[in-house]
Design a binder for this molecule. Structure first.
Ligand code: NAD
Length: 338
């Protein structure tokens, strides 16, 4: 067992206990604790498989996820393949509908309407990005909100903003789960989110400042600042240096460097960038954070790859079971009324 895994084991044992604060302090004196998203995603999937097995044993529908893939983008193909693989590993059945790049928006909306109407399909995702001739907002809003496992439908985003979520955008959910499982306290803390996209930055910020009172168990109660492309570059460090927690979802390698981070902060890197590595003469993936520099200063940090990415897939599976549960509940309520 290497140091990082041993560290994780000890940390998990201490998680959610009074030892947490002391442990965080110890971490800040040395190199950051690397949050192993791949390992945590595996744990989530093992737990989820047990929950799905139980769900099936109780005579419920086998959760089913259908993904729609438009065009030939290799990155999108790989993402969909990984999602199908994860589905199989937890006992969710799945299918992919592939459409050519030139598919019209009307045709795509017909496919989505067909999937919405099929009761054996609980979860529908349309892989983004879509070809330029389509309007992603229109397509996301066409997916039935109870089947919308990406959580991108405007009613799901709206409910999240009101602290009554239905299905939470998978990446924001992944950030939440990584923070929780790593025992990172968010209550009353300063958080900075870099990026305000409707699919990632904004839902992450919404979850971070969500109100834990009034029965919302996922409430994080942080004080949140959102930075975006029009936050002057010279001012960005003023915000990040004041943050206990920094979440970066921009798509800009090395945007966050050690001098921009407070000693002992938690840094969650959502960014995925493909860069040319001249030394290794191949492309490799990096995040938005200068991992080497920042990990010397932060208490906790996620790597890229192996951080938020695998967790996003795991949370998509969690959402698929949740979608099946929501639909089953509504069906039962309808039957009881009639
Ligand atoms: P996007 O292009 O839609 O949004 C980027 C955001 O960054 C915008 O809100 C923009 O205002 C902001 N921004 C740009 N320059 C900035 C700067 N200098 N300082 C602060 N903010 C700045 O991208 P997205 O879809 O939100 O994705 C963001 C990143 O997350 C990308 O690298 C993407 O590949 C990655 N991503 C990761 C996962 C995952 O599971 N880890 C999932 C989806 C996307």
């Amino acid at each position: 067992m290497n140091y990082s895994r041993l560290h994780l084991k000890i940390f998990n044992t201490l998680s959610h206990s009074s030892h947490n604060r002391r442990f965080s302090k110890q971490c800040s004196l040395a190199a950051a604790y690397v949050i192993n998203g791949k390992q945590i995603a595996k744990e989530v999937q093992v737990e989820l498989k047990a929950e799905i097995d139980q769900w099936k044993e109780e005579g419920n529908i086998v959760p089913h996820l259908t993904a729609v893939l438009v065009g030939n983008d290799p990155g999108s193909k790989l993402y969909v393949k990984n999602k199908m693989k994860a589905a199989k590993s937890v006992g969710i059945t799945s299918a992919v509908i592939e459409k050519p790049h030139q598919t019209s928006q009307a045709e795509l909306l017909d496919v989505v309407a067909m999937l919405n109407a099929e009761p054996s399909i609980n979860a529908v995702l349309v892989q983004l990005p879509l070809p330029k001739h389509m309007n992603e907002r229109t397509v996301c809003d066409a997916v039935h909100p109870d089947k919308d496992v990406d959580g991108f439908h405007m009613s799901n985003i709206g409910k999240l903003c009101l602290d009554v979520p239905n299905l939470i955008p998978a990446t924001a959910f992944a950030v939440w789960e990584l923070l929780k499982r790593s025992g990172i306290d968010t209550f009353g803390k300063n958080a900075v989110v870099c990026g305000r996209s409707k699919n990632i930055g904004m839902p992450v910020a919404a979850l971070l400042h969500s109100d834990g009172d009034n029965g919302f168990k996922m409430g994080m109660d942080a004080t949140v600042t959102t930075c975006h492309r029009y936050t002057p570059a010279k001012n960005l460090p003023e915000f990040t240096k004041n943050a206990d927690i920094i979440i970066v979802a921009v798509g800009s390698p090395n945007l966050i460097t050690a001098d921009m981070v407070k000693e002992g902060a938690t840094v969650i890197d959502v960014g995925i960038n493909r860069i040319w590595d001249a030394k290794q003469e191949r492309y490799r993936l990096v995040g938005d954070v200068d991992f080497e520099g920042v990990s010397k200063k932060a208490s906790f940090i996620t790597p890229v790859p192996g951080g938020v990415g695998p967790m996003t897939v795991a949370m998509l599976m969690k959402n698929t079971l949740q979608a099946a549960k929501i639909q089953t509940k509504k069906k039962r309520e309808k039957t009881a009324i009639h």
